[in-house]
Design a binder for this molecule. Sequence first.
Ligand code: KIV
Length: 263
Amino acid sequence: MPEHISFKEVVAKKQRGQKITMLTAYDHPMAMLLDRAGVDLILVGDSLANVVLGLDSTVQVGMDVMLHHVKAVTRGAKRAPVIADMPFEAYQPVGADAVSNARLFVEAGCAAVKVEWFTGCVEVVKAIRGVGIDVVGHVGLTPQTAETLGVRGRSQEEAHAILEQAEALEAAGCMMIVIECVPEKLTREITATLRVPVIGIGAGKYCDGQVLVTHDILTLNERKVPKFVKRYANVGGVIMEAVRAYRADVERGDFPGKEHTFH
Ligand code: KIV
């Protein structure tokens, strides 16, 4: 496994026709595992809110919480570049200093920051790119501003708007676009149109790469997952079994054994 890959090297995979793999991590042990398993990119998503903090909305995590988790992840990821999700408060409300907040993520070891589409997004991307920080755009379903979940871009009008947003983000300097929860026909068109890689989540196979929430593919929590998630393991089940075995051992007096005891 090579020492460290740059974000630029990952982006260049599109030109070579190689698929890009990205998964989320929110802590040090998971970052180490993903890194060793060879994923191209690790995303500290603001899905942190729902996935590990038990909150209802991604808008409920701010800079302090994101930075706390980002630092744990960058300490664990030695090879794969880490991307930080800019939380809502970092760039959307009037007066938010997007550039200073993006800098804090870079100082914490991130290779790039991700911003979700909203009106005003292009200006934010240009400002962050203006100080030399790499940016990933996010279109389609954008949970920070979405009133409802579900598929976007089914109507011609909405599909056209999403294509235009992706093009505008590329023109503003985004090095990569994440597209969430759209029909595969639309992703195919956007992937063919853009020069930068398009990474899908619930967007079908015609993308330059895929991203999913790691806790979803490992069944690490009990939340209901969307149709586009493939379960690769039942780690939650393994944990339950192990914890029940520990509890039974302690209750029976079988743990600790001689081998776990100082004499
Ligand atoms: O917050 C997140 O985890 C994300 C991905 C699912 C793309 O934005």
